[in-house]
Design a binder for this molecule. Structure first.
Ligand code: ATP
Ligand code: MG
Length: 571
């Protein structure tokens, strides 16, 4: 475990990348002069869904290592399973890799290699290393044995080379129905490694492929396609996740039997994050069953969802550089991801004032028609971002939460008789509270001290609280979408018997607020632009926005000290 995993709030020690065993192996190979000092990696997504933050970890490793050592990284679509793959996914994957900040050297598809893979299969049949098997998938499974028991040899294992060549050709011609036959590697049914027990190389599938159409009636299995694809591209370091560790002997076996470029596979731990599911299949279920609106729903851990929510590519890259790359699976706290997000947004997001749940405030002693332009700093972290003017007038909105008629002990914001500072404005003191017949607060009446313009107190008197506001006459109406974790459990896969992971969905992961008020500088805010609403959090203009209709996503909150005090009080 690294410090981030054990202590979510901890500051990372390094800001750009830590070393890891794969990087060490690359360095060692370079020292030994292997592959003429060449480093070639690849990122090999299957185009069966949108990329998620787990893929970002793999992308940062694949592209990052190549970049660090002057090497190259290919983008290769692992499109060997036509039943789940679509062009929409291919396009989104390219968009997401580019958005993350990487550019591939070669762009390839495993399907480009179908003719070569077929040729090699024929070569293996001729060498007596592969055979056509008529067992059903179920029978193959039953024959495989277990970790403690050897498998059973297929009755078709000793077919002659001629018969195998003939049957394989006819499989290719589409003469047999799906599932009736397979081509299997002839290795060892008693191998202690299950993947070496005569694995299937080809299956019959009468199905359109998104690139090759109906050209092929047989499709290679992942294990038969992957290593050879790496080899064709002369990949020196083939990086994948731990679940492929058991497939490595097979990866090497095909390469050795064919005598082709010796790519080498390295496995690292998959990224897991609390309250988050990182599996394209599961995420597809969420989309298909309507639990979220789309793949880029801002609650999704997809790169497109995170982008729409307001995540920056830099924040994701820094997060990836700071998590461990190891040989054991563990889970990173969601708060660690949010830590890097806040760090990055703090530097780049302009500060603005926005009121999510408005409460009207009338300043009784402020002149009726006066509008003053108040000077405000755009980002205290970055002087270059400059200043802007915010209109101040007699009627304002403040946050409902910033007023309590009967304030608890540690509540220092506005309440009857209390004075607070309006950020960049004046000090105001609360007078009358106007209510409707049901006791709901309609508006507050306050007075201001004209000597405190800009929030200054010439007499040095203390006010304990500064609150944000917008001028009612100048405010821009908008919708704000607040997001909470998509799942209620740290591990969303943990379910009671008979339930599936959707039982752990958080019913209040989305809250939509309408009638929110933001300062007029945001009237033309472009889609995707990011802001810090002072005292509330980071927000980003959603793609649903249109001229005259602003929609904001809350990217992430600021650390909210008051709600923590209040929760502590309840305990
Ligand atoms: P999923 O189960 O989400 O579909 P996958 O592993 O099947 O994931 P691929 O498209 O095959 O998805 O993945 C492309 C690359 O990304 C692979 O090298 C894979 O190991 C890596 N990858 C996928 N998920 C993660 C993750 N959670 N953490 C790190 N790497 C991942
Ligand atoms: Mg996969």
């Amino acid at each position: 475990m690294n410090s981030l995993e054990s202590d979510p709030g901890a500051e990372p020690v390094e800001s750009h990348g830590r070393s890891n065993f794969i990087r060490d192996a690359v360095i060692e190979d370079l020292k030994a002069g292997k592959h003429d000092g060449r480093v070639q990696t690849r990122f090999p997504p299957e185009p069966n869904g949108y990329l998620h933050i787990g893929h970002a970890k793999a992308i940062c490793l694949d592209f990052g290592l190549a970049a660090e050592f002057g090497g190259k990284c290919n983008l290769r679509f692992d499109d060997t399973n036509p039943s789940k793959e679509e062009t929409e996914y291919v396009d989104s994957i390219m968009d997401d890799v580019r958005w993350l900040g990487f550019q591939w050297d070669g762009l390839f598809y495993a399907s480009d290699y179908f003719p070569q893979l077929h040729e090699w299969a024929v070569q293996l049949i001729k060498a007596g290393k592969a055979y056509v098997c008529d067992l059903t998938a179920d029978e193959v499974r039953r024959h495989r044995g277990t970790l403690t028991e050897p498998g059973l040899e297929s009755p078709y294992r000793n077919r002659s080379v001629e018969e195998n060549l003939d049957l394989f050709q006819r499989m290719k011609n589409g003469e047999f129905p799906d599932g009736s036959r397979t081509l299997r590697a002839k290795i060892d049914m008693s191998s202690p490694i299950l993947s070496m027990r005569d694995p299937v190389m080809y299956r019959i599938l009468h199905m359109e492929h998104h690139r090759t159409g109906d050209q092929w009636r047989i499709y290679p299995m992942y294990d038969y396609a992957h290593g050879q694809s790496d080899s064709i591209e002369k990949v020196t370091h083939s990086i994948c996740t731990l679940e492929f560790e058991n497939n490595r002997p097979l990866y090497n076996w095909f390469i050795e039997q064919l005598g082709i470029f010796p790519s080498r596979q390295f496995e690292f731990d998959r990224l897991n994050i609390t309250y988050t599911l990182l599996s394209k299949r599961r995420l597809l279920t969420l989309v298909q069953e309507g639990h979220v609106k789309s793949w880029d729903d801002p609650r999704m851990p997809t790169l497109s969802g995170m982008r729409r929510r307001g995540y920056t590519a830099e924040a994701i890259r820094t997060f990836c550089a700071n998590i461990s790359v190891s040989k054991t699976n563990n889970t990173v706290q969601l708060s660690a991801l949010e830590y890097f997000l806040r760090e990055d947004l703090n530097k780049r997001a302009a500060r603005v004032m926005g009121v999510l749940r408005p409460l009207r405030v009338v300043i009784d002693n402020y002149p009726e028609d006066l509008v003053e332009e108040m000077d405000a700093v755009n980002n205290p972290e970055d002087e270059n971002m400059g200043t802007r003017l915010i209109p101040f007038s007699k009627v304002l909105y403040i946050e409902r939460d910033d007023f309590r008629e009967d304030p608890p002990k540690q509540f220092f914001r506005l309440s009857p008789g209390r004075e607070v500072r309006l950020r960049y404005g004046y000090l105001i003191t609360c007078g009358a509270v106007v209510k409707d017949d049901n006791g709901n607060i309609l508006e507050l009446h306050c007075t201001y001290d004209p000597a405190t313009r800009g929030g200054k107190t010439p007499d040095g008197r203390k006010v304990k609280s500064t609150i944000h506001w917008v001028s009612a006459a100048h405010a821009v109406d908008c919708e704000v979408r607040l997001y909470d974790n998509l799942f209620t459990k740290e591990n969303p896969n943990e379910v009671e018997e008979g339930q599936d992971f959707t039982a752990n969905l958080n019913p209040s992961s989305l809250e939509v607020l309408s009638g929110c008020k933001v300062e007029p500088s945001l009237r033309e805010a472009p889609i995707g632009s990011r802001y810090q609403f002072e005292r509330i959090g980071y927000f980003c203009v959603d793609t649903d926005s249109a001229p005259g209709r602003l929609v904001f996503n809350r990217t992430v909150g600021l650390r909210d000290t008051w709600s923590k005090i209040e929760q502590r009080g309840k305990k």
